[in-house]
Design a protein around this ligand. Structure first.
Ligand SMILES: [Zn+2]
Length: 269
């Protein structure tokens, strides 16, 4: 027998959507799914047990669960979820992505020492680009949370869905594939005279893969956590253009400010 959920929370079977109100056994009366996970003593989110099991291990276990056992991971909605742990996971994932991008730049520097200078990516501009990219990633990874507290869910479930949606950023943990692909290609074919087109060709597939996985996980989280086709459609089709707009805005504002300052400085001369 599964214990009664807190007042005001209605639970539905994750497999068949059957309303589990007044449940008297530990199995779903409709589809027979074993519901013992609702009362399990341990959180199904490995990252919430990082103090006991270690950060590195639980981080990658969580990434694996989100990517390949998405439906199972979303059963976390049936128990209390730690918002703090979810935000930590988001920060670690953003740092991870920044580190991967930095690794990519380092590999560029190593392959063609003059390329970063040509792109003006040395010294302060590099620090500024890093900071802006970090801010943009923070905003982008937090953007889905605005869609994950629909009014038709009880407040407690809204809070859980908002916390869990930060885990939907797990695909970004694979962004190290992008610089690794460029380094591997460089080792395989050596330095071609025209490096840029080769770099674009080599790094495009892993970049597209990471973005597609990210989009697919957003979509699946909406499906399993929010359970309404209209909201799933909103997340699937509205979130990508909104993300693009937000990125463009975050990149354009500092560029315009820099241009403005440059104009003032040049007019004072
Ligand atoms: Zn069921």
């Amino acid at each position: 027998m599964v214990s009664e959920p807190p007042a005001g929370i209605e639970l539905f079977c994750p497999e068949c959507d059957y309303n589990l109100r007044g449940l008297t056994s530990d199995r779903c009366p409709e589809c027979g799914l074993k519901l013992d996970f609702i009362d399990a003593p341990e959180s199904p989110v490995p990252w919430e047990r990082r103090a006991q099991l270690g950060r590195l291990r639980t981080y990658w276990q969580t990434v694996f669960l989100v990517l390949f056992r998405t439906k199972l991971f979303c059963r976390a909605m049936y128990r209390p979820v730690s918002y703090r742990a979810a935000r930590r996971f988001q920060y670690v994932t953003v740092l991870h992505t920044l580190a991967a991008l930095f690794l990519g730049l380092l590999s560029l520097q190593w392959q063609r020492p003059d390329l970063l200078q040509q792109l003006w990516l040395t010294g302060w501009p590099l620090v500024a680009v890093g900071a802006i990219t970090g801010l943009a990633l923070l905003a982008l990874t937090g953007l889905p949370s605005y869609f994950f507290h629909p009014r038709w869910l009880p407040v407690e479930l809204q809070n859980r869905a908002v916390a869990l949606c930060y885990y939907a950023n797990a695909p970004l943990a694979a962004s190290a594939l992008v610089p690794l692909a460029s380094i591997a290609a460089y080792h395989a074919v050596g330095p071609p005279r025209d490096l840029q087109p080769v770099l674009v060709l080599v790094t495009a597939p892993p970049t597209v893969l990471v973005l597609l996985m990210w989009w697919s996980i957003w979509n699946q989280f909406a499906k399993y956590l929010l359970r309404r086709p209209t909201r799933v459609a909103v997340v699937t089709w509205l979130l990508p253009p909104l993300g693009l707009l937000l990125t463009a805005f975050l990149l354009a504002v500092p560029a315009l400010v820099a241009l403005y300052i440059a104009l003032i400085v040049s007019s004072l001369r």
